[in-house]
Design a protein around this ligand. Structure first.
Ligand code: TLP
Length: 366
């Protein structure tokens, strides 16, 4: 199984749920809890928390950037970047299923007055010519386009990693037209593991990068915003504006340091389990899923059968999720017919077997 697990993992399935809803459900490791208890702290709004400073230096070094900022959530990190790079009434280009557009409470409009320009793709990967076509001409009577947001891995596209070459082309076209590029790299280390490269390579050229400590890396809280020194200075001001100035937060940063130093190398394990899960699911009746598309830790599939599990008032994916829960497996429903399952630190090989047994039972009963 590898790694240290939550003691709960030892319980028989009759007494515990297998939680595949998200990698956000991961709990801090014993090493993190120890580091948290022993963390040296100070008031971080005064820049006096040595543990936060250490985490920020580590994050900047990992991404090969000048500076970094510890933020409470990935959403806040993304929205700080949007706020810094846009002004009210300006446009932000983003892939139509992007997290910043779909899952951040309309924050770009609410907090920054910015307007999303979503672009639909067939595979989750924006193309340079699509981006170029979506940039408004620089004339006094058109809305200025200010920012391109990328997402790597792409959550709703089954955790698809964006290759470095495509990212370089997208950055080049954005910069050619004077746009900034923000990378939502919530799972950038998953992308790096899948593409056998470094997070720094996948982020190079982007003007700002957010990555999460609290997902596959299992820290309890926190994300990092990374960029050049001027950007981070401005981001620090906006973090306070958004109510994200935290005080003796070294207790959380300590867990983040353990996350970054001990949890990155094991992510490939989660990817193998996700692939095995996908291969098993793809064989079941009513499931549309190409296991070859599962490159990281997120499995998204469609259910084709509107008749699934009776009650037509409720969408089939919602019924599937409820039936899986009754079998001891938690997963998530998205849109009309999609289901998402995410592997992470607390999911072991036998959990995958159990989840597949559960799905087989549920779909056989349908
Ligand atoms: N994603 C969550 C949900 O919000 C969907 C999840 O369970 O996957 N960027 C990306 C790509 C994300 O997947 C998420 C969280 C965030 C940003 C926001 O991070 P938090 O939850 O820390 O605000």
């Amino acid at each position: 199984m590898g790694g240290r697990r939550n003691l709960l993992t030892a319980l028989p399935y009759a007494f515990r749920m297998i939680d595949l809803r998200s990698d956000t459900v991961t709990k801090p490791t014993p090493e993190m809890r120890k580091a948290m208890a022993q963390a040296e702290v100070g008031d971080d709004v005064y820049g006096e928390d040595p543990t936060v400073t250490r985490l920020e230096e580590l994050a900047a070094a990992k991404l090969e950037r000048e500076a970094a900022l510890f933020v409470p959530t990935g959403s806040m990190g993304n929205q700080i970047a949007v706020h810094v790079w846009t002004h009210p009434g300006s446009e932000v280009i983003i892939e139509a299923r992007g997290h910043i557009f779909n899952f951040e409470m309309g924050a770009m409009a609410a907090l920054s007055g910015a307007l999303p320009r979503p672009i639909t793709t067939n595979d989750g990967l924006l193309r340079p010519e699509q981006v170029e076509a979506a940039i408004n001409p620089k004339v006094s009577y058109r809305t200025p386009t200010r920012l391109l947001c990328l997402e790597n891995t792409h959550n709703l596209w089954s955790g698809l990693p964006m290759p470095k070459g495509l990212k370089d082309e997208l950055v080049a076209v954005a910069h050619k037209h004077g746009l900034k590029v923000h990378l939502d790299g919530a799972r950038i280390f998953n992308a790096a593991a899948a593409l056998e490269t470094t997070a720094a390579e996948l982020a190079r050229g982007c003007d700002s990068v957010m990555f999460c400590l609290s997902k596959g890396l299992a820290a309890p809280v926190g994300s990092m915003l990374v960029g050049d020194a001027d950007f981070i200075a401005e981001a620090r001001r906006v973090r306070k504006l958004f109510g994200g100035g935290m005080r003796q937060v070294g207790v959380l940063a300590a867990a983040g340091i353990v996350a970054l130093t001990t949890m990155v190398d094991r992510l490939a394990e989660d990817h193998c389990r996700a692939r095995r899960l996908a291969e098993g699911l793809a064989e079941l009746p009513g499931v549309i899923l190409d296991p070859q598309c599962i490159k990281t830790n997120i499995v998204v599939f469609r259910l084709t059968r509107p008749d699934l599990l009776g009650d037509r008032e409720v969408a089939p994916n919602v019924r599937f999720v409820a039936a899986m829960k009754a079998q001891g497996v938690l997963c998530g429903a998205f849109g009309q017919d999609e289901v998402r399952m995410v592997t992470h630190y607390h999911i072991c090989d036998s959990d995958i077997d159990h989840a597949l047994r559960a799905a087989r039972t549920v779909l056989a009963a349908a």
